[in-house]
Write a protein that binds this ligand. Sequence first.
Ligand SMILES: [Zn+2]
Length: 249
Amino acid sequence: MRWKGMILMLLMLAFLMAPSEGNGEAAPAVGSAEIQAETAGSEEGKYVALTFDDGPRADTTERLLDGLKERGAVATFFLIGQQIPGNEALVQRMAAEGHQVGNHTYGHTRLKNADDQTILTEVAKTDTLLRELLGDGGYWLRPPYGQISQQGRSLVQVPMIQWTVDPEDWKLLDAEKVYQAVMKAVEPGAVILLHDFYPTSVDAALQVVDALQAQGYTFVTVQELFELAAEEAEPGCLYRAPGKAGYEY
Ligand SMILES: [Zn+2]
């Protein structure tokens, strides 16, 4: 049995590693981000991911989606499950417009010291809602407050992501200050944390998009940022960005 299993695995590996059919040349991996970069005249390698937590919220999230669409920018939304009922159309719009949709637990629960059952339930309830709305997919998790224990991570079947730039928009509640804080810290490959729950954060985000696009940046989803870095994000692993392991908060 063991040998049979090994042979099967080797056959599968050989199949996976075989060159693809066609003209004999592997097709370059062209993601939507690269297409966007070409059309927008952006500079190579200047990619950045805007991420929004704590939505959806009818008025603010809709205004943000309008603004991002106008600017040809995509982002990643980590949704609180209990806010999805009533906002289904907004969530579907996110996916339809190329944004990445992720999980921010059902009730914005601090997972750091939560027991296994709570972690599993909090993640699964939102995951189920997202699957019902958007179909099967890997809905990445952003643990509330960026906090999840080693034990907790081992229960999670998707990659987990924190951030590299935190302007503390929820504390500042001032679009200009949030904008300045982001601009001071941003660099290629950054994962920026904002909350579409606050009107001031929506204003700041759109200002950031305008300013960074003018500097040659292209906005991509978190998943695209990993793809562009040719890095496989592993289920059960916590990251801050491609090539950057998660922090213990
Ligand atoms: Zn949150």
